[in-house]
Write a protein that binds this ligand. Structure first.
Ligand code: URA
Length: 186
C-alpha cells in the first residue's frame, strides 16, 4: 500500500486509461484524511477538471448545502473522492474499463482513511461499491455493512438539481447518515 504522497503522485501521473489524454487535472480527492465519513461520487465534471478539486461545480455547491443540513463541513468532517479521477468527455458515464483502471486509487484511499461510513453519491458509485445491481430509486438510504464499514447511497446532487422532487427523500437519508455517525462514534 502506498502512503498519501506516493498515492497522489502516482495518480497525478496516471496513464491507466484514455481519459489521461483529455484531462486538464487529475481530481484526486479532498477533505480530512482521518474522517469517519467518506463520500464517493462518480467522476469529475468540467469545473472539477479545471480546478483539480471534487464537487466544486453546481452539484458541489448543493452537496455543501446538503452537508450543512446535518452540520457537516467538507473540509473537517469528511473526505470526498470519486470512482474515477479524470473527467470523461462531455460528462458521459465512466466506462467499465475506466473504472477498472482507476479503482485501485480509491481502494488505497479507503485503506489509508479507514472510514467508518462510506456514502455513495449516485448510482454509478453505488453500483461499483455496494452492488452491481444497485437500484438507486429503490435502495437509496438503506445501510449495508461491508468489511466493517457501513455503506449507503443517496441520490447524486446533480440528480437533485435535475429533479427537485427527490429532495425530501434525500433529506431523510441525510438524517439517517447523521444518526449512523452518532452510532459508530459511540
Ligand atoms: N460529480 C461527481 O460525481 N463528482 C464530482 O467531483 C463532481 C461532479
Amino acid at each position: 500500500m502506498l502512503d498519501w504522497m506516493g498515492l497522489e503522485q502516482a495518480c497525478a501521473q496516471c496513464k491507466g486509461c484514455g481519459l489521461c489524454e483529455t484531462r486538464h487535472n487529475v481530481v484526486f480527492g479532498t477533505g480530512n484524511q482521518k474522517a469517519d465519513l467518506m463520500l464517493v461520487g462518480e467522476g469529475p465534471g468540467e469545473q472539477e477538471d479545471l480546478t483539480g478539486v471534487p464537487f466544486v461545480g453546481p452539484a458541489g455547491q448543493l452537496l455543501d448545502d446538503m452537508l450543512s443540513i446535518i452540520d457537516l463541513d467538507r473540509k473537517t468532517d469528511c473526505y470526498i473522492a470519486n470512482i474515477i479521477k479524470c473527467r470523461p468527455p462531455r460528462n458521459r458515464d465512466p466506462l467499465e474499463i475506466e473504472q477498472d483502471a482507476c479503482i485501485e486509487y480509491l481502494r488505497n484511499q479507503v485503506a489509508l482513511i479507514r472510514p467508518k461510513i462510506i456514502v455513495c453519491l449516485g448510482r454509478i458509485a453505488a453500483m461499483r461499491l455496494i452492488d452491481p445491481k444497485y437500484r438507486i430509486t429503490h435502495q437509496h438510504g438503506q445501510w449495508v455493512e461491508k468489511n466493517s464499514v457501513w455503506m449507503t447511497a443517496i441520490y447524486h446532487p446533480s440528480a437533485l438539481l435535475r429533479d427537485p422532487s427527490k429532495r425530501p427523500e434525500t433529506f431523510e437519508d441525510l438524517l439517517s447518515i447523521r444518526e449512523k455517525l452518532k452510532e459508530v462514534r459511540k
